[in-house]
Design a protein around this ligand. Structure first.
Ligand code: 13P
Ligand code: SF4
Length: 309
C-alpha cells in the first residue's frame, strides 16, 4: 500500500483520537492500517483497554455493539453502518423465554454473533474461541445455545455431560463450505491439513484436522510443522495467514468463502469516516444503545470476559 495513505490515516487517527479495530474477515488492506486485528473475542477484550476516545470498528454491527456495551463512555463508529451479520438475528426472543419456562436451571448461552437485544436475554456470551471452556464452567446442566446451531453442536460434542437445546441459526458463508468440496480439495492436495471454523456444518467439521476461531486457525497454521493447508472459513483470514507464513500454501474450498457484509468494509469508507469525524456536513452515526438495554447486555458479556480467564 502507498505509504502516503498510511501516513494520512495515522495523522487523522492522532488528530481525532481514534483507534481502529478490525476483524480478520475484512479486506487485507483494511487490516493493514488497523491498530488491532483479531477474532471476536480478542476484539471485545481489546476494546476495553484502548485509551483513545473513539473506536472506529471495521467489522459487522454486533462487534461495534459489543465495544459500545463494554465501553459506554467511548464513541464507537462503524466503518460501514449497514454491515450486519444475518446470524445475529436468528433467534426469537419469545423462544428464549419459552425455553426458560420449560427448564428451571437452563443457562442461555449466547454466541457474540447476536444483537444487543438477544444478549440482554442471555446468561452468558461466548465466542468460537472460548465457548467450550465457558460452557464447561457453568453450573447448569441444561444449555440453550443461541443463535448458531453448528457451533452449538460442536460444543455439545465436547461437553457430553450437559443437555443442549438447539436453535436453528447458521452462518450462510460457513454453511456454503460443503463437505463434498472439502473432500475434492483433499484429493487435489492430499498432504494438506484441513483447518475449519466451528460455524461450518457437522459434515464439513468431520473432515477437519483442526477446528477453531479465526485467530486459532491462524495460530495453528503458523505453529504447525506442516506446510499445506485447506482453509474452511471466510477468505479474509488468508491475509494474516500469508503475512505470517509466506512460505506455506493455503487453499480455499470452492468460491463461496466471502462474507458480503464483512466485504462492505472498504478502505475508502475508513478514510471517509476518519476525514469527516468532526465535520457537521458528514452524517456520522455513532453506535447508540438505550442505557437499560446496554446494561442488560453488558452482564453476559462481562461474565464471558470473567469466565474466559
Ligand atoms: P471469530 O473471529 O471469533 O472466529 O468469528 C468468526 C465470525 O464469523 C465473525 O463473524
Ligand atoms: Fe456473520 Fe458469517 Fe459473516 Fe461471520 S462470516 S459476520 S457469522 S455472516
Amino acid at each position: 500500500m502507498d505509504n502516503s495513505i498510511k501516513e494520512k490515516i495515522k495523522e487523522l487517527k492522532e488528530k481525532n483520537d481514534v483507534v481502529i479495530l478490525a476483524h480478520y474477515y475484512v479486506d487485507g488492506e483494511v487490516q493493514e492500517i488497523s491498530d488491532y486485528v483479531g477474532d471476536s473475542f480478542y476484539l471485545a477484550k481489546v476494546a476495553t483497554t484502548v485509551k483513545q476516545q473513539t473506536i472506529l470498528f471495521c467489522g459487522v454491527s454486533f462487534m461495534g455493539e459489543s465495544a459500545k456495551i463494554l465501553n459506554p463512555q467511548k464513541k464507537v463508529i462503524m466503518a460501514d453502518n449497514t454491515a450486519d451479520c444475518p446470524m445475529a438475528h436468528m433467534v426469537d426472543i419469545d423462544r428464549i423465554r419459552e425455553v426458560r419456562r420449560q427448564y428451571d436451571d437452563v443457562a442461555v448461552v449466547c454466541y457474540v454473533n447476536s444483537t444487543a437485544e438477544i444478549k440482554a436475554e442471555s446468561d452468558v456470551c461466548v465466542t468460537s474461541s472460548n465457548a467450550v471452556t465457558i460452557v464447561k464452567k457453568l453450573p447448569n446442566r441444561n444449555i440453550f445455545f443461541i443463535p448458531d446451531n453448528n457451533l452449538a453442536r460442536f460444543v455439545a460434542k465436547q461437553v457430553p455431560d450437559k443437555h443442549f437445546i438447539f436453535n436453528d441459526g447458521f452462518c450462510h458463508v460457513h454453511k456454503s463450505i460443503h463437505s463434498e468440496d472439502v473432500a475434492k480439495a483433499k484429493e487435489l492436495h492430499p498432504e494438506a491439513l484441513v483447518l475449519a471454523h466451528p460455524e461450518c456444518t457437522e459434515d464439513t467439521l468431520a473432515l477437519a484436522d483442526f477446528i477453531g476461531s479465526t485467530s486459532q486457525i491462524i495460530d495453528y497454521a503458523t505453529a504447525s510443522p506442516e506446510n499445506v493447508f485447506i482453509i474452511c472459513t471466510e477468505m479474509g483470514v488468508f491475509f494474516e495467514l500469508m503475512q505470517k507464513n509466506p512460505d506455506k500454501k493455503f487453499y480455499s474450498v470452492g468460491h463461496r468463502q466471502f462474507c458480503p457484509n464483512m466485504k462492505k468494509v472498504r478502505m475508502e469508507k475508513v478514510i471517509e469516516a476518519l476525514e469527516n469525524i468532526d465535520s457537521d456536513n458528514y452524517n456520522i452515526e455513532y453506535v447508540n444503545l438505550d442505557e437499560d438495554l446496554r446494561k442488560a447486555a453488558e452482564k453476559p458479556l462481562s461474565r464471558m470476559l470473567e469466565l474466559a480467564k
